[in-house]
Design a protein around this ligand. Structure first.
Ligand code: DX5
Ligand code: ZN
Length: 217
């Protein structure tokens, strides 16, 4: 079944523990945690101490999305701080293959995130060390942005590449996902849907997660 990953970036940070406890009791599959450095993206979010608190209280695995320059400098520490899944950006890393293997060696599930303008060139050489590909469907940096429709084409192409190469990496969709496009994304080949604004703007987060999951059955 397709996985749902609520994005903590859209949470009320004053109620982080309460939010994690609500999500613990919900059918959410993983918690998506966006780390931004103010260099790779024009925004700064949070780092190790917040991740450690989330890890202490969450019963769900943490899917940490690094939107930082030089991810190789910090990846191991993010895993030690609680990341079960770790994605970093292709555009921010010269030695992608090496870092994907290292992430696996440090005990996390390796993911590669790609910006909207990035194509799939070279991806066929990475399939053996990819746990998942995070297809950015907005320009990274902020929650609550509009989904870029042209990304459907990329998701389908990635699904075809996966079939052609007989590989098993999952396709994660990040940015502008909502209850209006979720089913079409699933049909295009998505396995994991990240949802921030669409879930946290619901009157009750727990109800929002349930509604979203029912859509995806
Ligand atoms: C954007 C982040 C996303 C963001 C998604 O840079 O990578 O994970 O939290 O938020 P929504 O679902 O509101 O677009
Ligand atoms: Zn993200």
């Amino acid at each position: 079944m397709i996985k749902l990953a609520p994005s903590i970036l859209s949470a009320d940070f004053g109620k982080l523990r309460e939010t994690v406890e609500i999500l613990n009791e919900s059918p959410a599959d993983v918690l998506h945690v966006d780390v931004m450095d103010g260099r790779f993206v024009p925004n700064i979010s949070f780092g190790f101490p917040v991740l450690e608190v989330l890890a202490r209280h969450s019963k769900k695995p943490l899917d940490v999305h690094l939107m930082i320059e030089e991810p190789e400098k910090f990846a191991e520490r993010f895993i030690k701080s609680g990341a079960s899944w770790l994605s970093f950006h292709l555009e921010a890393c010269a030695h992608t293959h090496r870092l994907l293997e290292a992430v696996q060696g440090w005990g996390a599930r390796p993911g590669l995130a790609i910006n909207p303008q990035t194509g799939l060139d070279g991806m066929e050489y990475l399939v053996d060390c990819l746990g998942f590909v995070n297809v950015m469907t907005v320009n990274p940096g902020f929650g609550g942005q509009k989904f870029i429709q042209a990304m459907f084409h990329k998701i389908k192409a990635l699904d075809e590449l996966r079939k052609k190469t007989g590989s098993h990496f999952e396709i994660e969709i990040d940015g502008g996902v909502n209850m209006g496009n979720a089913v079409a994304l699933k049909e295009a080949g998505a396995d994991i849907l990240v949802a921030g604004n669409a879930l946290f703007s619901e009157p009750q987060l727990s109800e929002g997660v349930l509604k979203f999951k029912h859509l995806l059955v």
